[in-house]
Ligand binder design. Sequence first.
Ligand SMILES: [Zn+2]
Length: 306
Amino acid sequence: MPSPDLPLLAWALWYAAIGIPIFPCFGLHLDRTCSCPKGGACGRDAGKHPLTEHGFKDATTNAVIIAAWWDRWPRANIGAATGHVSDVLDIDGMDLETWQQTTGFWPPSTWRARTGSGGEHLHLQPAPGLGNGVKRLPFADTRAAGGYVLLPPSGHRTGRRYEWIIPPGAVPLASWPADLLAALLPPARPAPSLAPRPAGIVTTVPASLTRWAERGAALGQQTHAAFWLACRLRQHGADEHEGWAILERFAAACVPPADLTKLARIWRDSSKYQGYEPGRELAQSLTLVHRGATLPSAAYRVGRPI
Ligand SMILES: [Zn+2]
């Protein structure tokens, strides 16, 4: 591990050498304001947001690229893309021991850093599906694939620096304890299920609309198409059972299949727009959807007066 006095570049190169993908974040001026154009107005984000266009997606272990970044921005903070070498459990507002006693979870010995705000980052082996979550447990956030954290000795607007309590190499990187992981994973989202449709209800939905639904829509057009479909189903008096059954067929026909949880929300929201009559422009757009053209989003506004 480099000495804490060494320039940030030395640290960035060390992280890259042990496989952690790195990218630069805005640093702090001596008066602790952010070096981004917002400066003193940057607030809680100060020193925490990316200097490169694509942020954590630019993260690399390539020493040449890293050297060029810190040559250009010597005071840049060190961002690390999470979900590659490690996920991070971010405990803030409570020390680790109190957190352990409060939640009953006792993370194993692993890499630990003190954050600039006085919280702790616990690094653990990446767990599939964990994602970036906020407060699924008290005082705890997670950073995983698609997220990033700052690494020591990045600066913080409080004037403190991030510092290792247990640095990489001092102990093996632990994996998530199963009970802690289960508590932090996003809740499973089962598709809505309905009681069987009561017998004897006469359908009023035109076959043409059902056929339309059964052709599905391409990714990027599913939300618009689903909302239009949901509103038309309502217009034609489809009840909860029938409308949802047709939307399920729409979902299955989509490529890739549409997300049922999202569709359920659209179906629910559509009940507020029962008089919704799509304009000619939209009707034409939706015809084009089936010819593979892009649906112009401007043609479709949920908030359109009805
Ligand atoms: Zn800033």
